[in-house]
Design a protein around this ligand. Structure first.
Ligand code: PRP
Ligand code: URA
Length: 207
């Protein structure tokens, strides 16, 4: 499918394997989420625009680049929080805008509970951070919010997706690239990704 980028990096797949393991404790789980998020963000930012600049080395003037685009990281609460630190290591000047959504357990539809975006967009590109793309409802709702805010360049960065979620996000927003560490088989009757990794929020926060 167009605009879907499963990572083929061996470090991503080996860390994802550890992340899935039921015996991985929250501390290690959080570390892996952080590390994989950084590697995916590296892949997702390959096309960021730069402008040429010059810098003084100890010996001479060197030609270099600085980022032209203002990047916003948009973690979907709660589980997306754990991805922020890893990505921030790469882009310390990125703004972070939190979006609070939870899935209604019965309908599996996203319920919005936190959004403090200012009226005018302050960034030109947004990376949505959420470990899980299950039905796709939360990701679609977040892209809706960001487009309404006025951001045109939006990317989704996640750890695991179900084919159903990829289909839903791609159908609603075909312009949004999906960067993902792994694509699994299907959703179970409770909307969980199989084989998956369980509940990404609970496993990070020990709840
Ligand atoms: C999880 C996950 C996504 C959402 C994915 O959040 O972090 O946000 O489910 O499911 P979807 O693709 O079917 O919308 P959850 O609602 O469990 O909230 P939490 O992060 O607070 O645990
Ligand atoms: N949210 C999770 O945390 N895990 C899933 O498998 C699906 C949604």
């Amino acid at each position: 499918m167009d605009n879907v980028y499963p990572s083929s990096h061996p470090l991503v797949s080996t860390k994802l394997t550890l992340l899935r393991d039921v015996s991985t404790e929250p501390k290690k789980f959080r570390e892996l989420v952080r590390e994989i998020a950084a590697m995916l963000a590296y892949e997702a930012t390959l096309d960021l625009a730069t402008r040429p600049i010059e810098v003084q080395t100890p010996l001479a003037i060197a030609k270099g680049h600085s980022l032209m685009e203002r990047v916003g990281l948009v973690p979907i609460l709660r589980a997306g929080l754990g991805m922020v630190e890893g990505v921030w290591e790469l882009m310390p000047s990125a703004e972070v805008w939190h979006i609070g959504l939870y899935r209604d357990e019965r309908t599996l539809k996203p319920v919005a509970y936190y959004n403090r975006l200012p009226v005018e967009p302050t960034v030109s590109v947004c990376l949505i951070l959420d470990p899980m793309l299950a039905t796709g409802g939360s990701a679609v709702a977040t892209v809706d919010i960001l487009k309404h805010w006025g951001v045109r360049k939006i990317k989704f960065v996640g750890l695991l997706a179900a084919p159903e979620g990829i289909q839903a996000l791609h159908s609603a927003h075909p312009d949004v690239p999906i960067h993902i560490a792994g694509i699994d088989d299907h959703l179970n009757e409770h909307g969980y990704i199989l084989p998956g990794l369980g509940d990404a929020g609970d496993r990070q926060f020990g709840t």
